[in-house]
Design a protein around this ligand. Structure first.
Ligand code: AP5
Length: 227
Protein backbone atom coordinates (compact mmCIF):
# COMPACT_ATOMS: atom_id res chain seq x y z
CA UNK A 1 0.00 0.00 0.00
CA UNK A 2 1.31 3.49 -0.83
CA UNK A 3 2.59 5.80 1.89
CA UNK A 4 -0.40 8.11 1.37
CA UNK A 5 -2.73 5.29 2.44
CA UNK A 6 -1.34 5.53 5.98
CA UNK A 7 -1.96 9.24 6.44
CA UNK A 8 -4.79 10.21 8.82
CA UNK A 9 -8.12 11.57 7.65
CA UNK A 10 -9.83 12.87 10.80
CA UNK A 11 -13.31 14.37 10.88
CA UNK A 12 -14.55 16.88 13.46
CA UNK A 13 -18.34 16.73 13.69
CA UNK A 14 -20.37 19.24 15.68
CA UNK A 15 -22.91 22.04 15.44
CA UNK A 16 -21.99 25.65 14.67
CA UNK A 17 -20.02 27.03 17.61
CA UNK A 18 -18.91 23.62 18.94
CA UNK A 19 -15.31 24.75 18.54
CA UNK A 20 -14.37 22.75 15.44
CA UNK A 21 -12.31 25.56 13.91
CA UNK A 22 -10.67 26.56 17.20
CA UNK A 23 -9.63 23.00 17.94
CA UNK A 24 -8.68 22.04 14.38
CA UNK A 25 -6.11 24.84 14.32
CA UNK A 26 -4.54 23.50 17.51
CA UNK A 27 -4.64 19.88 16.34
CA UNK A 28 -3.02 20.60 13.01
CA UNK A 29 -0.04 22.07 14.85
CA UNK A 30 0.08 19.23 17.38
CA UNK A 31 -0.15 16.38 14.86
CA UNK A 32 1.34 17.98 11.73
CA UNK A 33 -1.92 17.65 9.82
CA UNK A 34 -3.68 20.18 7.58
CA UNK A 35 -7.00 21.69 8.69
CA UNK A 36 -9.45 21.63 5.85
CA UNK A 37 -12.59 23.70 6.51
CA UNK A 38 -15.26 23.71 3.83
CA UNK A 39 -16.66 26.87 5.47
CA UNK A 40 -13.30 28.62 4.91
CA UNK A 41 -13.04 27.27 1.34
CA UNK A 42 -16.57 28.50 0.57
CA UNK A 43 -15.89 31.92 2.12
CA UNK A 44 -12.76 32.17 -0.07
CA UNK A 45 -14.89 31.31 -3.13
CA UNK A 46 -17.42 33.98 -2.13
CA UNK A 47 -14.63 36.56 -1.66
CA UNK A 48 -13.14 35.61 -5.04
CA UNK A 49 -16.54 36.02 -6.71
CA UNK A 50 -16.23 32.66 -8.52
CA UNK A 51 -19.41 31.12 -9.99
CA UNK A 52 -19.52 28.61 -7.08
CA UNK A 53 -18.96 31.44 -4.61
CA UNK A 54 -21.77 33.54 -6.10
CA UNK A 55 -24.15 30.59 -5.80
CA UNK A 56 -23.03 29.77 -2.24
CA UNK A 57 -23.19 33.34 -0.87
CA UNK A 58 -26.93 33.70 -0.35
CA UNK A 59 -27.30 30.17 1.02
CA UNK A 60 -24.53 30.75 3.58
CA UNK A 61 -25.90 34.11 4.66
CA UNK A 62 -29.30 32.50 5.23
CA UNK A 63 -27.75 29.68 7.29
CA UNK A 64 -28.61 26.83 4.91
CA UNK A 65 -26.32 24.17 3.50
CA UNK A 66 -24.60 24.76 0.18
CA UNK A 67 -25.34 22.05 -2.41
CA UNK A 68 -23.33 18.83 -2.22
CA UNK A 69 -22.28 19.40 -5.83
CA UNK A 70 -20.53 22.71 -5.07
CA UNK A 71 -19.02 21.57 -1.78
CA UNK A 72 -17.68 18.34 -3.25
CA UNK A 73 -16.12 20.13 -6.23
CA UNK A 74 -14.33 22.54 -3.90
CA UNK A 75 -13.20 19.79 -1.54
CA UNK A 76 -12.01 17.49 -4.32
CA UNK A 77 -9.85 20.28 -5.72
CA UNK A 78 -8.35 21.05 -2.30
CA UNK A 79 -7.65 17.38 -1.54
CA UNK A 80 -5.70 17.07 -4.78
CA UNK A 81 -3.09 19.61 -3.61
CA UNK A 82 0.26 18.22 -2.42
CA UNK A 83 0.30 19.84 1.04
CA UNK A 84 -2.55 17.65 2.29
CA UNK A 85 -0.84 14.36 1.47
CA UNK A 86 0.46 14.04 5.05
CA UNK A 87 -3.05 13.86 6.51
CA UNK A 88 -6.00 16.15 7.14
CA UNK A 89 -8.46 17.27 9.78
CA UNK A 90 -11.80 17.88 8.10
CA UNK A 91 -13.64 20.72 9.85
CA UNK A 92 -17.28 21.13 8.81
CA UNK A 93 -17.18 18.35 6.21
CA UNK A 94 -18.96 16.04 5.60
CA UNK A 95 -22.29 17.60 6.53
CA UNK A 96 -24.73 15.30 4.73
CA UNK A 97 -24.86 11.56 4.19
CA UNK A 98 -24.29 12.20 0.47
CA UNK A 99 -21.06 14.06 1.29
CA UNK A 100 -19.90 11.26 3.63
CA UNK A 101 -20.48 8.62 0.97
CA UNK A 102 -18.73 10.73 -1.67
CA UNK A 103 -15.76 11.18 0.69
CA UNK A 104 -15.51 7.41 1.22
CA UNK A 105 -15.48 6.90 -2.57
CA UNK A 106 -12.92 9.65 -3.12
CA UNK A 107 -10.55 8.26 -0.48
CA UNK A 108 -11.02 4.64 -1.58
CA UNK A 109 -9.82 5.58 -5.07
CA UNK A 110 -6.46 6.49 -3.45
CA UNK A 111 -6.38 3.50 -1.12
CA UNK A 112 -7.25 5.76 1.82
CA UNK A 113 -10.12 5.84 4.27
CA UNK A 114 -11.49 7.90 7.14
CA UNK A 115 -9.35 7.25 10.24
CA UNK A 116 -11.76 8.57 12.85
CA UNK A 117 -14.77 10.86 13.31
CA UNK A 118 -14.96 12.87 16.52
CA UNK A 119 -18.31 14.22 17.60
CA UNK A 120 -17.89 17.42 19.64
CA UNK A 121 -20.88 17.30 21.97
CA UNK A 122 -22.42 20.58 23.16
CA UNK A 123 -25.73 22.13 24.23
CA UNK A 124 -27.48 24.16 21.54
CA UNK A 125 -28.32 26.94 24.00
CA UNK A 126 -24.65 27.76 24.62
CA UNK A 127 -23.86 27.89 20.91
CA UNK A 128 -25.71 31.14 20.26
CA UNK A 129 -23.56 32.93 22.88
CA UNK A 130 -20.39 31.41 21.48
CA UNK A 131 -21.18 32.47 17.93
CA UNK A 132 -22.54 35.91 18.71
CA UNK A 133 -19.26 36.83 20.47
CA UNK A 134 -16.92 35.37 17.89
CA UNK A 135 -14.42 37.32 15.78
CA UNK A 136 -11.22 36.46 13.92
CA UNK A 137 -7.98 38.11 12.88
CA UNK A 138 -8.35 39.29 9.28
CA UNK A 139 -4.68 38.57 8.69
CA UNK A 140 -4.21 34.97 9.86
CA UNK A 141 -7.69 33.74 10.83
CA UNK A 142 -6.91 33.17 14.52
CA UNK A 143 -10.22 32.99 16.36
CA UNK A 144 -11.26 35.06 19.39
CA UNK A 145 -14.35 35.62 21.50
CA UNK A 146 -15.65 38.73 23.31
CA UNK A 147 -15.92 36.77 26.59
CA UNK A 148 -14.19 33.40 26.28
CA UNK A 149 -10.96 34.14 24.41
CA UNK A 150 -9.62 37.66 24.08
CA UNK A 151 -6.21 38.56 22.64
CA UNK A 152 -3.52 39.14 25.31
CA UNK A 153 -3.25 42.78 24.15
CA UNK A 154 -6.61 44.29 23.18
CA UNK A 155 -7.12 44.49 19.43
CA UNK A 156 -3.79 42.81 18.57
CA UNK A 157 -3.69 39.25 17.28
CA UNK A 158 -1.62 36.93 19.51
CA UNK A 159 -0.63 34.81 16.53
CA UNK A 160 0.47 37.36 13.89
CA UNK A 161 0.31 40.82 15.48
CA UNK A 162 -2.41 41.92 13.05
CA UNK A 163 -4.80 44.65 14.19
CA UNK A 164 -7.74 44.14 11.82
CA UNK A 165 -10.44 41.88 13.26
CA UNK A 166 -13.58 40.73 11.44
CA UNK A 167 -16.97 39.13 12.16
CA UNK A 168 -18.87 36.73 9.88
CA UNK A 169 -22.11 37.93 8.25
CA UNK A 170 -23.84 34.64 9.18
CA UNK A 171 -23.07 35.02 12.89
CA UNK A 172 -26.41 36.54 13.87
CA UNK A 173 -28.81 34.96 16.40
CA UNK A 174 -31.45 34.38 13.68
CA UNK A 175 -29.03 32.70 11.29
CA UNK A 176 -27.50 30.58 14.04
CA UNK A 177 -30.96 29.12 14.75
CA UNK A 178 -31.27 28.09 11.08
CA UNK A 179 -27.73 26.65 11.10
CA UNK A 180 -28.48 24.60 14.23
CA UNK A 181 -31.64 23.27 12.59
CA UNK A 182 -29.62 22.30 9.49
CA UNK A 183 -27.11 20.56 11.72
CA UNK A 184 -29.74 18.45 13.49
CA UNK A 185 -31.64 17.48 10.35
CA UNK A 186 -28.76 16.98 7.87
CA UNK A 187 -25.51 16.46 9.77
CA UNK A 188 -26.34 14.75 13.09
CA UNK A 189 -27.29 11.51 11.23
CA UNK A 190 -23.56 11.19 10.42
CA UNK A 191 -22.98 10.30 14.08
CA UNK A 192 -24.79 6.99 13.42
CA UNK A 193 -23.11 6.69 10.01
CA UNK A 194 -19.64 6.68 11.59
CA UNK A 195 -20.71 4.71 14.68
CA UNK A 196 -21.87 2.00 12.28
CA UNK A 197 -18.33 1.86 10.87
CA UNK A 198 -16.73 1.81 14.37
CA UNK A 199 -15.09 5.14 13.60
CA UNK A 200 -17.00 7.37 16.02
CA UNK A 201 -15.53 8.98 19.16
CA UNK A 202 -17.37 11.45 21.38
CA UNK A 203 -15.76 14.38 23.19
CA UNK A 204 -17.50 16.70 25.66
CA UNK A 205 -16.96 20.13 24.08
CA UNK A 206 -18.74 22.17 26.78
CA UNK A 207 -15.59 22.58 28.92
CA UNK A 208 -12.88 25.22 28.67
CA UNK A 209 -11.03 25.43 25.35
CA UNK A 210 -7.80 23.94 26.78
CA UNK A 211 -9.65 21.05 28.44
CA UNK A 212 -11.38 20.18 25.16
CA UNK A 213 -8.00 20.25 23.38
CA UNK A 214 -6.58 17.82 25.96
CA UNK A 215 -9.50 15.40 25.42
CA UNK A 216 -9.18 15.62 21.65
CA UNK A 217 -5.44 14.98 21.78
CA UNK A 218 -5.88 11.88 23.92
CA UNK A 219 -8.66 10.63 21.62
CA UNK A 220 -6.44 11.07 18.57
CA UNK A 221 -3.43 9.54 20.33
CA UNK A 222 -5.68 6.52 21.01
CA UNK A 223 -6.40 6.24 17.29
CA UNK A 224 -2.67 6.14 16.61
CA UNK A 225 -2.06 3.13 18.88
CA UNK A 226 -1.33 -0.02 16.89
CA UNK A 227 -4.33 -2.37 16.91
P1 AP5 B 1 -18.66 26.74 8.82
O1 AP5 B 1 -17.68 27.80 8.57
O2 AP5 B 1 -18.23 25.33 8.78
O3 AP5 B 1 -19.44 27.09 10.16
P2 AP5 B 1 -20.16 26.16 11.27
O4 AP5 B 1 -20.14 24.71 11.11
O5 AP5 B 1 -21.46 26.81 11.39
O6 AP5 B 1 -19.23 26.25 12.42
P3 AP5 B 1 -18.62 27.51 13.01
O7 AP5 B 1 -17.40 27.95 12.24
O8 AP5 B 1 -19.69 28.54 13.20
O9 AP5 B 1 -18.23 26.99 14.45
P4 AP5 B 1 -17.02 26.14 14.99
O10 AP5 B 1 -17.51 24.83 15.48
O11 AP5 B 1 -15.86 26.13 14.04
O12 AP5 B 1 -16.69 27.01 16.26
P5 AP5 B 1 -15.44 27.99 16.56
O13 AP5 B 1 -14.19 27.17 16.79
O14 AP5 B 1 -15.36 29.10 15.58
O15 AP5 B 1 -19.87 26.86 7.75
C1 AP5 B 1 -20.47 28.10 7.44
C2 AP5 B 1 -21.50 27.89 6.36
O16 AP5 B 1 -20.85 27.38 5.17
C3 AP5 B 1 -22.58 26.86 6.67
O17 AP5 B 1 -23.65 27.42 7.39
C4 AP5 B 1 -22.98 26.40 5.26
O18 AP5 B 1 -23.82 27.35 4.64
C5 AP5 B 1 -21.66 26.40 4.52
N1 AP5 B 1 -20.97 25.11 4.56
C6 AP5 B 1 -19.75 24.84 5.13
N2 AP5 B 1 -19.41 23.56 4.96
C7 AP5 B 1 -20.44 22.98 4.28
C8 AP5 B 1 -20.68 21.66 3.83
N3 AP5 B 1 -19.78 20.67 4.06
N4 AP5 B 1 -21.83 21.42 3.18
C9 AP5 B 1 -22.73 22.41 2.94
N5 AP5 B 1 -22.57 23.68 3.34
C10 AP5 B 1 -21.42 23.98 4.01
O19 AP5 B 1 -15.91 28.54 17.99
C11 AP5 B 1 -16.99 29.47 18.08
C12 AP5 B 1 -16.66 30.55 19.13
O20 AP5 B 1 -16.66 29.96 20.43
C13 AP5 B 1 -15.26 31.18 18.95
O21 AP5 B 1 -15.35 32.55 19.26
C14 AP5 B 1 -14.37 30.44 19.97
O22 AP5 B 1 -13.34 31.29 20.47
C15 AP5 B 1 -15.39 30.08 21.06
N6 AP5 B 1 -15.12 28.78 21.65
C16 AP5 B 1 -14.68 27.65 21.03
N7 AP5 B 1 -14.58 26.63 21.92
C17 AP5 B 1 -15.00 27.12 23.12
C18 AP5 B 1 -15.14 26.57 24.44
N8 AP5 B 1 -14.80 25.29 24.69
N9 AP5 B 1 -15.61 27.37 25.43
C19 AP5 B 1 -15.95 28.67 25.18
N10 AP5 B 1 -15.81 29.26 23.96
C20 AP5 B 1 -15.35 28.50 22.94
Amino acid sequence: MSEIANQPVLILLGPPGAGKGTQARRLEERFGLVQLSTGDLLRAAVAAGSPAGREAKAVMEAGGLVSDEIVLAILRERLSQPDVAGGVILDGFPRTTGQAEALDTLLAAEGRRVTGAISMEVDDAAMVARIAGRYTCAGCGEGYHDSFKQPKRAGICDACGGTEMKRRPDDTAETVAVRLEAYHSETAPLISYYAGQNLLHRVDAMGEIDAVTTDLISTIEGLRQPA
